[in-house]
Ligand binder design. Sequence first.
Ligand code: FAD
Length: 522
Amino acid sequence: MQMQSNSTCYDVVIIGTGVAGLATAIYLAEAAASKNQPISILLASKAGASDTNTSWAQGGIAAVASNEDSFEAHIEDTLDAGAEQNDLQIVRKVIEAAPEAMQDLIRWGIDLDKKEDGTYDLVKEGGHQFSRIWHKADMTGNTLQATLMHRVNQFPCIICKENLAIVQIEKDHESIFHIQAIHNNGVDPSYINLTPENSIQMHCKHLVLATGGLGMVYAKTTNQSIATGDGIFFANQLGARIKDLSFVQFHPTGLYESNQSSTYLITEALRGAGAILRNEQGVDFMPQYDTRASLAPRDIVSRAIMSEIKKSTIQHVFLDATVLSRSTIQQHFPNIQLACSQKLGIDISKQWIPVIPVEHYACGGIQVDTFGKALGVDALYAIGEVASTGLHGANRLASNSLIEGIVFAKWGASKMIEALKEEGLLPNLNFNFNPISIKKIDRAFVQHTLSNYAGIEKTTAGLKTGLNELTKVYDEASILTNWTLEDWENNVLCQVGMILFKDALSQTENKGVFFNVDLEKI
Ligand SMILES: Cc1cc2nc3c(=O)[nH]c(=O)nc-3n(C[C@H](O)[C@H](O)[C@H](O)COP(=O)(O)OP(=O)(O)OC[C@H]3O[C@@H](n4cnc5c(N)ncnc54)[C@H](O)[C@@H]3O)c2cc1C
């Protein structure tokens, strides 16, 4: 489909308005202002600007801040969770930069919980030896999102466009990115067609993929519906390297609702505060699996829960928060209390919460260097969950992802500002995009294929079956003459699913979140 449409040039286009995209825009604008350097930045989100996974982060942001804690201890915990598959240089760099990033957030006006003595109320989460999680009750992400959006709005050089779904990116021989988007005016994606009237074209010198996770490739996830792996799809098309896409973290405690695919998350902080996992018989089973019991890293807890579920007559285990005082629940977990009451009619101060592991976080992604630059494609950056920076290794430590998004945003912005100083303005451009070919793909089929064959426990035969099924479905699907944004996303999900299966089949060892029963455990 060839489009004639609005066409605009920017220095930097940032796809995504979660922590990674917003922080990148702010650091770019601040650096440009301090150098008196003109800059034009476009920030795009395919839904509303706040419809991000960032908004839903509950636990908090990890950064060392007390005398009893140390960088070494945070590094040790990160490596331990990541099965020592992390890049030690990056781990150290991120963890040492984290306190300064927290000061940036404070400078931008973030309102986090404090103790009566006025110091910040740091809490502990699964896998952390010390209390180092900065938070705002159980809705840290919401506060973070609002703070960053407020700061973004203070810079006229940042144009923020909501409901602008990027559907095509091409790069020419002069290293300019050409981007095609659908403006959907906030209408349900299933009803949006790409037409000349709603198509927008953009051109830029530096492109930032801050598109978040890929949870929607699975049937049950804690992610928002925007998390369809679009950044992985674009990066793969542009020739960037994708690393460890099958290192998918399953959160041990999604709220169990038998008919729901989108799952409400019960934060680790509840276990940090003392809540206990119990099986069908009421037994506190985690000490049998790990000395850290309910606070062991997520992969260990998720596999232990699946093992208990296999032995039981029910499809979930329980999280017992009745051991906490009513005031602790009300003060620290008001949203979880409300959600459990509204969704299941239970009072968590009196009744156990049914929980099950669900897809939660992509530890792998677009491989980047120490500035967040994608390997293999010049001037392309990947920041936030979409990136594989080396911080998480084979499993992400709780609350390490928001901080990763902020510090890489700062480093990426510094690199882009440096490069932009040398570059002139882009001329007004007209670019002929290649036709987009979209096939008729059934989303539920893709999601069930991934859930059945690329879940917590994989087998080599299952992975091969999954890959063959997706390949066959994709190859045999008919091309749509008219397609919607939802159709486009279904194609992306199918292709990202295939990349994930191929990555899983290429793994030769079990490590962290990756577990194939046919491989030896290291
Ligand atoms: C329920 C939940 C709780 C969590 N709790 C924590 C926590 O306590 N601490 C922690 O550190 N981490 C937590 N995480 C993980 C963390 O929230 C995410 O990893 C992080 O927010 C990702 O930020 P991001 O900016 O990379 O992506 P997101 O915040 O997901 O934003 C993605 C953006 O990309 C846009 N986008 C995607 N594709 C396109 C496209 N084609 N065109 C235009 N725009 C597009 C979306 O519209 C959106 O604006 C949690 C995650 C979930 C789901």
